[in-house]
Design a protein around this ligand. Structure first.
Ligand SMILES: [Mg+2]
Length: 255
């Protein structure tokens, strides 16, 4: 790991989910709400599946979604409509129609958004960085439902501390680890990527993508990534720094 000269870094760019927000809580809540809606609807159609049976199947679908290399995943796989459709196909329950399926997606995201508060180390750290004079931005992948990630970004309680937010896959043609969203954030801050640090929880999408643009990278270890997902190579890029808490970041940037 090289040491950075503090004078080099002027922009600090964050990932959103599982970096600033406790999104795993939101995802769990969203899946529960969706499973309950689907089980209820299926019962009306004469199918007899319990909410927990549906939930187990939906969890498997969620895991499959994360298996292929993220940058190459077609955008539709981010769209939760396709998750429920794939579930209904597995259950041979083909009588449910699209408007109802999309309504489930909207309820899922509503539950997700309400149940993913910021991590306790997020706001204090961002305020400290802002006070020190760093230019701040967020780069986050599209949620697959138009406008949804933008809505979740704008709901962040300390959104006003960030100068700009980029939704990769909506504001740019491709999601992370494509270089485009990182470059767009730097451009909007009026800084070269070499003057920016990117902070995220995912060694693949966050570290590989940002590093490829010349940014310094900080991996926040929110969860275990030690074992690569099945069929996946271990991440190629290692971060410049690794932290357990965002609170460590101001000191790292101060040298
Ligand atoms: Mg993340």
């Amino acid at each position: 790991m090289r040491s950075i000269r503090p004078s080099e870094i002027r922009g600090v760019i964050f990932d959103l989910d599982n970096t600033l927000l406790q999104s795993r809580l939101g995802a769990a809540r969203g899946l529960k709400v969706a499973s309950s809606m689907i089980a209820r609807q299926l019962r009306k159609q004469g199918y007899n599946y319990s909410e927990s049976q549906i939930l187990r199947k939906v969890h498997l679908i969620e895991r499959e979604r994360r298996a292929p290399a993220t940058g190459l995943v077609p955008r539709k796989l981010y769209n939760r409509d396709t998750w429920w459709k794939s579930l209904l196909k597995q259950l041979h329950a083909t009588k449910l129609h699209s408007p109802w399926i999309h309504k489930t997606t909207l309820r899922y995201w509503d539950a997700y958004r309400r149940a993913s508060p910021p991590f306790p180390d997020a706001e204090a750290t961002v305020r400290k960085l802002k006070k020190t004079g760093y230019r701040l931005a967020i780069v986050s992948d599209s949620d697959g439902t138009p406008g949804m990630k933008r809505l979740r970004l704008e709901s962040l309680p300390f959104r006003n501390l960030f100068e700009t937010t980029v939704v990769a896959g909506d504001d740019t043609p491709r999601v992370k680890p494509s270089k485009a969203p990182f470059l767009l954030a730097a451009k909007r801050l009026g800084l070269s990527p070499q003057c920016c640090v990117y902070i995220g929880d995912n060694p693949e999408t966050d570290v590989e993508g940002a590093k490829a643009t010349g940014m310094t990278t900080i991996l926040v270890k929110r969860r275990a990534y030690a074992v690569p997902l099945k069929g996946r190579d271990p991440p190629r890029a290692s971060p410049t720094f690794q932290v357990r808490s965002l609170k460590e970041i101001p000191a790292i940037l101060a040298g």
